[in-house]
Design a protein around this ligand. Structure first.
Ligand code: NAD
Length: 344
């Protein structure tokens, strides 16, 4: 029996999760929801994905000539688990409905941590989400940070403290109305930025402080991280740990010519990767610098796709379908996720 999945909110994250669900041997995508009859609704129809809409919107879809399979409630009733990828805060509004229908739900990082029983990052705390009803996959920046921090902590040396600067992309490529287009903006005028607090929802008790600025680009986020370890480490040890961890790739900038987010995404395009996505964290290997027990590194995070594998693992965790190791292996294989060095 395959797990029956619904995706509520078919936008940047929802459509990628829907496509990923369709590639899983143990899952079936029953349908997705849309509230507005736009090109994204058409793209679902053209891909043969069943579309469900709020009852109040059915007439608008009919007028636009977009075929629908039923209402949101009809979709929810047919499934075992709902991946909620609606805009920030909207997932919390849906939660009472999921509770009423006794459906498990996976929320996204735009929701407050309290919406779920567990905040989730597959490499860090898969087991905490096993058989839970409500899980929140943390945001793109937090997912990127956690993959790096949990890997360093478990495979290089325990972390004493982490200090990071988050250089955030201003908007996703499709977002025509967001800015800035000519400024660097303080993401939060307060220090620490919220990213550190979000990391602590998974990596509990970690001493971490982040600051963040927003820059006019749509491609990827970049983090500059400084980690103090409990013992001295060698640079090679850190690079080995990163290279031997799934969902992290490293690239030597001088050797490959990839020293920017533009070149990284161009490489994804050249490889013909699905939607030009890069769901791995991309560590710029030349930036890895060790000074005794201090580690510095810079890495890039593709915001549109990094949380997709985590959503798939979260589904397996709440359904109790597989161990962390098994789930991560299936997800990585089906989504063709890379590890090790990007080039050689
Ligand atoms: P999005 O705006 O691209 O997509 C949201 C979708 O939900 C749209 O298709 C919209 O039509 C639909 N929607 C709006 N109101 C709805 C409602 N009441 N019921 C059902 N559907 C509704 O947003 P997104 O970027 O995919 O973000 C979704 C969630 O994922 C947010 O929590 C966000 O913080 C998180 N997230 C986003 C990114 C990113 O970079 N885009 C990365 C990681 C996590």
């Amino acid at each position: 029996m395959k797990v029956r999945v619904a995706v509520n909110g078919y936008g940047t994250i929802g459509k990628r999760v829907a496509d990923a669900v369709r590639l899983q041997p143990d899952m079936e995508l029953i349908g997705v929801s849309k509230t507005s009859p736009n090109y994204e609704a058409w793209s679902a129809v053209k891909k043969g994905i069943k579309l469900y809409v709020p009852e109040s919107e059915a007439e608008r879809f009919k007028q636009a000539g977009i075929p629908i399979a039923g209402t949101l409630e009809e979709l929810f009733k047919q499934v075992d688990v709902i991946v909620d990828a609606t805009p920030n805060g909207v997932g919390a509004e849906y939660k009472p409905k999921y509770v009423e229908l006794k459906k498990k739900a996976i929320f996204q990082g735009g929701e407050k941590a309290e919406v779920a029983e567990v905040s989730f990052s597959a490499l860090c705390n898969y087991d905490e989400a096993l058989n839970k009803n409500y899980v929140r996959v943390v945001s793109c920046n937090t997912t990127g940070m956690l993959r790096i921090l949990c890997t360093i902590n478990s495979k290089a040396a325990p972390i004493v403290k982490a200090r990071g600067v988050v250089i955030r992309r201003a908007a996703d490529p499709k977002e025509v109305k967001r800015g800035p287009i000519n400024s660097v903006v303080l993401d939060s005028v307060n220090v620490p930025s919220h990213h550190a607090k979000d990391v602590q929802t998974v990596f509990k008790g970690l001493d971490i402080i982040t600051t963040a600025v927003v820059v006019p680009t749509t491609l990827m986020h970049v983090h500059s991280m400084n980690i103090t370890l409990s013992s001295n480490v060698k640079r090679e040890q850190v690079i080995d740990a990163l290279k031997n961890t799934p969902r992290i790739v490293t690239v030597q900038s001088k050797k490959s010519g990839i020293a920017s987010t533009a070149e990284a995404i161009e490489f994804a395009r050249d490889l013909g990767r699905y939607r030009n996505d890069m769901p791995e964290v991309l560590v710029f290997e030349d930036s890895v610098y060790v000074n005794g027990n201090e580690l510095f590194l810079i890495y890039a995070v593709h915001q549109e796709s990094i949380v997709v594998p985590e959503n798939i693992d979260a589904i397996r965790a709440v359904m109790g379908l597989a161990s962390a190791e098994e789930s991560i292996k299936i997800t990585n294989a089906t989504l063709q996720i890379m590890k090790g060095s990007l080039i050689e």
